[in-house]
Design a protein around this ligand. Structure first.
Ligand SMILES: Cc1cc2nc3c(=O)[nH]c(=O)nc-3n(C[C@H](O)[C@H](O)[C@H](O)COP(=O)(O)OP(=O)(O)OC[C@H]3O[C@@H](n4cnc5c(N)ncnc54)[C@H](O)[C@@H]3O)c2cc1C
Length: 480
């Protein structure tokens, strides 16, 4: 059995878990963000910890096919397409004329390689033993790890299941990884398609749609839902749609896809819609959601019952119905972000070993890395209206900020939502350059129960995008 890092290496090809060497205070299944942080948190409390990872390399979807590659791909798109520079140098400007997939993927591969080294080193430093193989429960305290090299049985006092998700496939969708592909396969594409159909306008579908559109690919976005990102601020979503249309994206919302296939004669892929229309393209990205990997764990042997979509149900401490088995990360569902998964892993371990903490839901930020970027924290206008809570808003437009001008973003804006009586900050919504960075200023003020007077009375570096908070606060105060 291969161990990637070890303080108690397993040696034989079939081992018995009865020995104390293979008994751990905590066994974590999966080495994505949730698993890593659960393991390290427990190791820091001097617990004996093992991580089981079935892939040959550490890091989970986050490092291999999700967050890290997609966000690095985005940076490469922004750089090579010269999109932001076009405000100054004209619509035809690009750093590289013929951008190939290899140019984009090259950067991702480098960043992924470095991230893997960082994670391995963190686990090694914290003396976490990593077992390479597929973990499956034999009973609620015993796990068998199988790999090409054999089997090892491990015993655990506690478990954190952080096995993540994979793209949801439909038997009728002929995914070949070349012309019809899912989000895990984007980076394996040999060439950039001239036209792309994206089925599924969730976060992943939208992010990739905008990246390909920024590269000059003609994108058609299909979704049966009539509105995009229903949890986000409507004005922000409208602005996103406007800017994506400017990049040539065609939206077909409220349209159900009934079949997808390959037209041999025309050498094109197609998506047939319930409304009778057929959309053609050179390639198709199928991004209709993800399914939990809990079906790979023989989880029933441990007494844990997943829901119909494989998700695990946990309480506020991330504990399943079995008191010594916890679950964290994408396998427990929404919000299914690397950022929240890490925190859930940490919180699960903290609870197990008696140092319970929590994260207030209103402080979780969301970053959507479309082009343009979106980020938000706290309440939306829609939520407050629904809950009959009075509010006022203040807006700062990037076009009015010197830094916005310098960066070539004249469409971005930041919206503050606040209580008109107490002036307490209730929500922050941003679209535009570095939205996901600057939103944290608002997050800190909400966390500390602050008012928008803080922004009015604080000197910000100039020129910065952070200055948007001051401009928006003044705008809001002027309305009272
Ligand atoms: C295209 C894309 C873009 C994304 N962008 C962002 C973003 O910008 N920001 C953000 O915060 N989030 C983003 N996410 C989400 C983020 O990647 C996930 O939320 C995060 O990876 C979930 O972490 P996790 O630890 O729950 O699971 P994962 O990262 O999925 O890791 C689970 C691990 O468990 C292993 N495993 C599964 N079953 C077994 C088993 N039986 N035995 C052993 N090992 C097993 C798997 O091999 C995998 O390595 C993105 C996701 C995708 C797909």
């Amino acid at each position: 059995m291969a161990t990637l890092t070890h303080d108690q290496p397993a040696t034989a090809s079939r081992q018995n878990g009865a020995g104390s060497n293979n008994t751990y205070d905590l066994i974590v299944i999966g080495s994505g963000p949730a698993g890593q942080k659960a393991a390290i948190c427990a190791a820091k409390m001097r617990k004996k910890v093992a991580v089981i990872e079935r892939k040959r390399t550490i890091g989970g979807v986050c490092v291999h096919t999700g967050t890290i590659p997609s966000k690095t791909f985005r940076e490469a798109v922004l750089y090579l397409s010269g999109l932001r520079q076009r405000t100054f140098y004209g619509r035809g400007y690009a750093v590289k004329d013929q951008i190939a997939m290899q140019d984009l993927v090259f950067r991702s591969d480098m960043v992924m390689g470095r991230e893997i080294e960082v994670i391995k080193s963190q686990l090694r430093r914290n003396r976490v033993t990593v077992y390479e193989g597929n973990g499956r429960f034999l009973d609620d305290r015993t796990i068998e790890v199988s790999s090409e090299e054999g089997y090892t049985t491990l015993r655990g006092n506690y478990f954190v299941i952080a096995c993540g998700t994979r793209p949801a496939h439909d038997a009728d969708i002929p995914i070949d990884g070349k012309r019809i592909f899912d989000s895990d396969q984007v980076h394996e594409l040999q060439e950039l398609p001239r036209e792309l159909i994206v089925v599924g306008a969730g976060i992943i579908g939208l992010e990739y749609a905008s990246m390909f559109a920024a590269l000059g690919v003609k994108v058609t976005l299909l979704d049966q839902r009539p509105i995009l990102l229903d949890f986000a601020d409507r004005e922000i979503v409208e602005s996103l749609c406007f800017q994506l249309r400017q990049l040539g994206t065609v939206f077909r919302l409220g349209e159900k896809v009934v079949s997808v296939g390959f037209d041999e004669e025309r050498d094109r892929v197609f998506a047939k819609l319930e409304s009778g229309k057929t959309v053609h393209g050179a390639a198709l990205l199928y991004a209709v959601g993800r399914r939990a990997n809990s079906d790979l764990l023989n989880i029933e042997a441990a007494g844990v019952v997943p829901d119909g979509r494989g998700k695990l149900i946990v309480d506020e401490n991330f504990c399943t119905a079995v008191p010594h088995i916890y679950a964290a990360g994408d396998v427990i569902g929404f919000p299914a972000l690397a950022s929240t998964s890490m925190e859930q892993g940490r919180l699960a371990s903290s609870h197990i070993f008696g140092r319970a903490m929590n994260i207030p839901a209103n402080l979780i930020p969301y970053g959507i890395y479309t082009i343009p970027e979106i980020s938000m924290v706290g309440a939306t206008e829609e939520q407050l209206t629904r809950d009959k809570i009075p509010y006022e808003i203040g807006i700062a437009r990037y076009a009015e900020l010197a830094k916005g001008q310098m960066l070539g973003d004249d469409q971005g804006f930041l919206k503050l939502i606040f209580d008109p009586a107490s002036l307490k900050l209730l929500g922050v919504h941003v679209i535009g350059e570095r939205a996901a960075e600057i939103v944290h200023i608002g997050q800190a003020v909400i966390a500390l129960g602050g008012t928008i007077e803080y922004f009015r009375d604080t000197v910000f570096n100039y020129p910065t995008l952070a200055e948007a908070f001051k401009v928006a606060a003044l705008d809001g105060l002027n309305k009272l």
